[in-house]
Write a protein that binds this ligand. Structure first.
Ligand code: FAD
Length: 484
C-alpha cells in the first residue's frame, strides 16, 4: 500500500486545533507536520511587539503541548519562510503545504509569492480562510468598490447573511498522522520571545497575573463571556470598572479562537436564550474587527499614513517629554493615567479608555497618532495592525468613518460618566485611592484640606495636570480649522 501523503501545516495567527481549516484538510489527507516560523524580519516595521511576543511564547507552548497529547508536535524554525518550508518538505518527504491566510498586506503578498513558487515546483500549496469571516475582496458595494463606512458594511453583511456557518471540530490526530521521522526543531527559548526586564522591572509579571494564553483558556473565557458578558453587554461595555467585555481580543488576535467559533457560540447562545437583541451589539463588534481588516486590505498605507490626506498638513507635534508621561500614566488626568497603567501592566486596555487616551494624545497633547499606535503595538497583547490602525485613525479624526476631529473627549466628564464610582481609577492609580469620588476625576479642583486628608500633594505624590484641557481644546480646534 502506498504511504499516506504528508502535509506541512504552517501555523501563523491560528494557534489552535479546532476550527483550523488548514490542519483539518491536512489531517484528512494523511500525515501532518505542524510548523511555526518565527520571521520578524519578514514582518519589517510591523514585527510583533513585546507584549505580543510574550503571549506568542506561551501560546506556542500550549499548542505544542496540545499536539503532543495527540502524538504530534510543533516544529519551530527561524529561517526565511520559503527556505524553512522547502527544508522541511525535503526532511519529511511532504508533498504539500497548507496554511490559513493572513491579511496583513505585506504578509498576504509574501504568502502569495511562496504559494506560486511552491506550486511552480509541483508542490501542492493551499491557503485557507480563518483569520476573518469574510474575504475583504468578497464584500463589495453595489458599484463594485470597497466600503469605508461601517454601517453600510454591516448592512451589506446582513443582507448577504451574516452566519459564517458551523466551525470545524479539532481533527482526531492519531499515530497515523505522524510523519515517519520528526525533523529537528528549535527549542521555544531559542526564539527569545520573552521580554527582558524594563527599567529593572520584570515587565512580564503583570502579564502573567492577568492572562493564561492557550486554546483551552480561550474556550474558558468564551464560556465566561456567554455566561456573564453577553446579556448585560449593551449596558456594561462602556464601563471599564466592570468585567463587562469579553477580553477575547488577544485570543482572536493569536487565533486561539477563530472569529467563526465566537460567532457561532454567541449565535447559539442567542438562539437558546431567545436573546438575539442582546447578542447583536456584541456581534456588531466582531464586525468592526472585520471592517478593520477590510480597510487595511483596501487602504494598505493607513498604518503609516493618514486616511484623510488633509491631515498631512496638520500641526501634530513631536514632544518626547509629554509622550513619555502619557506612556507611563503620569499626565495628571486620572482616567488617562489609569488606562495607560492598565495597558503597561496587563497588556490590555478597555475600549472606552483606549478612545479616551487616544483623543488625549492627539488632541490634548497634539502628538501624532502614529506615536500612540507604536506604543500600543509594543504593549498590547492584542496589538493588531488592522484594529490598531483603525482605532488610532478613528481617535485622531484622520481615519475613514472616524470620530469627527472637533469631538474632543473631555477626560474629566468621560471619567465621571464611565467610571462613576471611581473603582477603575482607584484600581490603577492607587495614590488617589483615598480621594472622595466627587473629586477623583479632577483632583486639582479638590480643596487643599481634602487633598491633605487623602494624602495627596499634587506635583509630588501625583502629577498636576500636564496641560489645561480647555486651553488645549482651543489649540487643537484652531489647528483643525487650518487644514479643514
Ligand atoms: C486607539 C485604539 C486602538 C485599538 N487597538 C486595537 C488592537 O490593536 N487590537 C484589537 O484587537 N483591538 C483594538 N482596538 C479595538 C478595541 O478597543 C478592542 O478590540 C477591545 O477593547 C478588545 O476588548 P474585548 O475583547 O473585551 O472586546 P469586546 O467588547 O468583548 O468585543 C469583542 C471583540 O470584537 C472586536 N472588537 C471590539 N471592538 C472593536 C473595535 N473598536 N475595532 C475592532 N474590533 C473590535 C475584538 O476582536 C473584540 O475581542 C483599538 C481601539 C482603539 C480606540
Amino acid at each position: 500500500m502506498p504511504e499516506a501523503p504528508t502535509t506541512l501545516v504552517w501555523f501563523k495567527h491560528d494557534l489552535r486545533l479546532a476550527d483550523h481549516p488548514a490542519l483539518h484538510a491536512a489531517a484528512e489527507r494523511g500525515a501532518v507536520v505542524p510548523v511555526f516560523l518565527w520571521t520578524p524580519d519578514e514582518e519589517g516595521r510591523w514585527a510583533p511587539g513585546g507584549a505580543h511576543r510574550w503571549w506568542l511564547h506561551h501560546s506556542l507552548q500550549s499548542l505544542d503541548a496540545d499536539l503532543r497529547d495527540r502524538g504530534s508536535r510543533l516544529l519551530l524554525r527561524r529561517e526565511p519562510s520559503e527556505a524553512a518550508l522547502r527544508d522541511l518538505l525535503d526532511a519529511t518527504g511532504a508533498d504539500a503545504v497548507y496554511w490559513n491566510r493572513r491579511y496583513e498586506p505585506k504578509l498576504l503578498a509574501r504568502d502569495e509569492a511562496i504559494l506560486q513558487s511552491l506550486r511552480s515546483d509541483g508542490i501542492e500549496a493551499n491557503a485557507f480562510e480563518s483569520q476573518i469571516l469574510h474575504d475583504p475582496d468578497d464584500v463589495q458595494t453595489t458599484s463594485g468598490g470597497s466600503y469605508h463606512v461601517y454601517t453600510p458594511f454591516w448592512k451589506k453583511l446582513m443582507k448577504r447573511g451574516l452566519d459564517p456557518g458551523p466551525p470545524l471540530p479539532a481533527p482526531a490526530l492519531g499515530p497515523e498522522h505522524a510523519p515517519a521521522d520528526w525533523p529537528d526543531s528549535l527549542a521555544l527559548d531559542d526564539l527569545a520571545l520573552l521580554p527582558a526586564a524594563r527599567d529593572g522591572v520584570d515587565w512580564a509579571e503583570g502579564l502573567r497575573d492577568a492572562w493564561t494564553p492557550g486554546e483551552a483558556a480561550a474556550h474558558e473565557r468564551l464560556q465566561y463571556t456567554l455566561d456573564h458578558v453577553i446579556a448585560p453587554y449593551e449596558t456594561d461595555r462602556d464601563r471599564p470598572d466592570r468585567d463587562g467585555t469579553s477580553r477575547l481580543s488577544p485570543r482572536l488576535h493569536h487565533g486561539e479562537l477563530s472569529p467563526r467559533q465566537v460567532w457561532a457560540a454567541v449565535s447559539d447562545w442567542a438562539d437558546a436564550n431567545d436573546a438575539h437583541d442582546a447578542a447583536e451589539p456584541f456581534l456588531q463588534e466582531l464586525v468592526w474587527r472585520e471592517f478593520s481588516y477590510h480597510m487595511l486590505h483596501h487602504y494598505p498605507n493607513t498604518p503609516t499614513e493618514n486616511y484623510k490626506d488633509k491631515f498631512d498638513g496638520f500641526g501634530w507635534e513631536d514632544n518626547p517629554g509629554w509622550l513619555a508621561r502619557w506612556q507611563r500614566g503620569q499626565t495628571g488626568y486620572p482616567i488617562v493615567d489609569a488606562g495607560m497603567r492598565q495597558l503597561y501592566e496587563t497588556g490590555w486596555m478597555h475600549n472606552r479608555v483606549r478612545m479616551i487616551v487616544g483623543s488625549f494624545l492627539t488632541k490634548d497633547l497634539m502628538i501624532g497618532w502614529w506615536h500612540g499606535a507604536d506604543w500600543f503595538w509594543d504593549t498590547l497583547v492584542d496589538g493588531n495592525l488592522a484594529s490598531n490602525t483603525m482605532g488610532w485613525q478613528w481617535s485622531a479624526g484622520s481615519g475613514a468613518d472616524a470620530q469627527p476631529f472637533f469631538r474632543i473627549f473631555n477626560p474629566v466628564s468621560q471619567g465621571e460618566r464611565h467610571d462613576p464610582n471611581g473603582d477603575y481609577v482607584r484600581r490603577w492609580v492607587p495614590e488617589l485611592a483615598d480621594l472622595p469620588t466627587e473629586h477623583l476625576h479632577a483632583p486639582w479642583n479638590a480643596p487643599d484640606r481634602v487633598l491633605r486628608k487623602a494624602g495627596i500633594t499634587l506635583g509630588e505624590t501625583y502629577p498636576a495636570p500636564i496641560v489645561d484641557h480647555s486651553e488645549m481644546r482651543d489649540v487643537a480646534l484652531a489647528a483643525y480649522d487650518a487644514v479643514r
